[in-house]
Design a binder for this molecule. Structure first.
Ligand code: ASP
Length: 332
């Protein structure tokens, strides 16, 4: 059911860090088409992220960075918050694996994530399969890959996901002997999207290859609900940047919780400023509230975003970093 006071909107990021290629406007166009047609925030963010995963310029899907052993291990997550869902009115098929009971309440929260996977072309689709076809939130390893097969997702050999750019980055890292650190090197180009739809739902999706030279088995913030990806009835957020720091402060959850008292823009700025104060790390975040108001902020060298809202249409922006003296304040 359309709710007249709700505005559909979407914002996507292509990572925070050093200057990289411009965010792919096709991703936002795909998501926008869906929202304009009355489609769901979930479908819109998944479509946007799939487009970015397919683009080798980004560190997600094809083009993901390589770990310390020169292998790909990808993380992805999505989360949706919707008001009483039409599914609640449908009979439940309890014979179907993963079939869920009606929520019976005013709110439906759904989440799905995968970590350290390497045989799936679009990790965000597998995160969606975890959310829609299992009773779980986060899956890894052989079980996640089996689910990909059951869900009919496009699978591949890990080598097919390695772009020339990722291989060159990895060689440069190995040659400079930087691969000995446990944390890896920020790679930039993680992708994410958040959207609000006319039905009152919000969704967030994030997908990444992580950090170049990371230890095998390392899982970053993108797959961790509350850290790199989060949604609740107030809004949704997707983050990028130093994953270990983002996890320690639950960056996306903090930003979305602040929507109760701050605008989307101020909530994004405050979350990044607090992360910087607490951890001295660099990160970026995009935020949308349930009325479709968009916010974005970062404290790295550069972050590019592309966004859609009905008032201004589709825009692409290179976002200025927060000045490092930006102090968290509760009054924005
Ligand atoms: N946050 C990602 C990770 O730590 C990397 C990034 O966004 O650049 O895996």
């Amino acid at each position: 059911m359309r709710r007249p006071n709700l505005t559909p909107s979407l914002i996507a990021h292509g990572g925070a860090g050093a200057r990289t290629a411009a965010a792919d406007p096709a991703a936002v166009e795909r998501g926008t088409e869906i929202l304009r047609g009355g489609g769901s925030a979930l479908d819109a963010v998944v479509a946007a992220v799939v487009t970015l995963e397919d683009d080798p310029l980004f560190n997600a899907g094809y083009g993901s960075v390589l770990n310390a052993e020169g292998k790909i291990e990808m993380d992805a997550a999505l989360m949706v918050a919707s008001p009483a869902n039409p599914i609640d009115e449908q009979p439940v098929d309890s014979t179907r694996p993963g079939s869920r009971p009606p929520t019976g309440g005013r709110l439906r929260l759904q989440a799905g994530a995968v970590a350290a996977i390497s045989r799936v072309r679009n990790p965000i689709m597998l995160a969606r399969a975890v959310m829609e076809r299992t009773p779980h939130v986060l899956m890894v390893g052989a079980g996640a890959e089996r689910l990909a097969r059951q869900a009919g997702l496009k699978r591949c050999r890990p080598e097919e996901l390695v772009s020339q750019r990722a291989r060159e980055r990895w060689r440069a890292l190995v040659e400079s002997r930087a691969a000995c650190g446990a944390a890896g090197t920020p790679a930039h180009g993680t992708v994410g999207a958040v959207a609000a739809d006319v039905h009152g739902a919000v969704a967030a999706a994030t997908s990444t290859g992580g950090m170049t030279g990371k230890l095998p088995g390392r899982v970053g913030d993108s797959a961790v609900i509350g850290a790199g990806t989060f949604a609740c009835p107030r809004g949704a957020a997707s983050a990028t940047g130093a994953g270990e720091a983002i996890m320690k402060v639950s960056l996306c959850r903090e930003a979305v919780r602040a929507l109760g008292r701050l605008t989307s823009q101020r909530a994004a700025e405050l979350a990044v400023a607090e992360l910087e104060q607490t951890t001295a790390a660099q990160a970026g975040i995009i935020v949308v509230d349930r009325r479709g108001h968009i916010g974005y902020a970062h404290n790295s060298e550069v972050m590019e975003v592309a966004m859609f809202d009905p008032a201004t249409g589709i825009r692409h922006l290179v976002v200025e970093p927060l000045v490092s003296s930006c102090k968290p304040s509760r009054t924005g």
